[in-house]
Design a protein around this ligand. Structure first.
Ligand code: HEC
Length: 139
């Protein structure tokens, strides 16, 4: 696949991996509300781990990214219901966009408060939740 080839498709045949767009991913990271709980460049909530890209990691393993989200899913979905009142939804292609942005240390350098819409800024969660908190909440 040449570098300027757009959108989808990893290889010919039936196996499709969305390519992802870093700028759309940047907008989705704030617009979908991920930033309410996750910080990049120190901008964002503290409820979840910071999601700064590791500049040493050159490759984006999309399935590994999905697996990381899956591991965080039980706590994340409970917290999203609590903080936002709903579970965030996204399409596969939107998730690819977000993964792109979360993996791009260069693009993240310019991420600051101005990326975050006013409304979302008011929602930022400053508390760090840990499993103990969740156990107490469940009682
Ligand atoms: C309401 C708070 C909240 C929101 C909103 C939220 N997350 Fe999370 N997220 C968390 C918490 C808390 C964890 C850690 C879960 C755990 O440790 O079990 C987490 C874990 C993760 C992880 C795994 C991190 C790791 O390597 O340990 C990823 C990736 C992630 N979230 C991405 C996202 C994305 C992308 C969005 C937006 C679509 C999002 N999160 C929205 C709270 C949130």
């Amino acid at each position: 696949m040449s570098a300027d080839e757009p959108a989808a498709a990893a290889n010919a045949g039936r196996y499709v991996v969305p390519f992802g767009d870093v700028n759309r991913g940047r907008a989705l990271f704030t617009g979908k509300g991920c930033v309410v709980c996750h910080a990049i460049n120190g901008v964002g909530g503290k409820a979840g781990p910071a999601l700064d890209a590791d500049p040493e990691q050159a490759e984006l393993d999309v399935f590994e990214f999905a697996a990381r989200m899956w591991r965080g899913a039980p706590l994340m979905t409970v917290l999203q219901e609590m903080e936002l009142g709903y579970q965030i939804e996204f399409t596969g292609s939107e998730l690819a966009d977000i993964a792109r942005f979360l993996h791009d240390a260069e693009a993240q350098k310019s991420f600051d408060e101005n990326d975050v819409p006013e409304l979302i800024r008011d929602w930022m969660v400053d508390e760090v939740y840990d499993e103990l908190d969740m156990q107490e909440m469940a009682q």
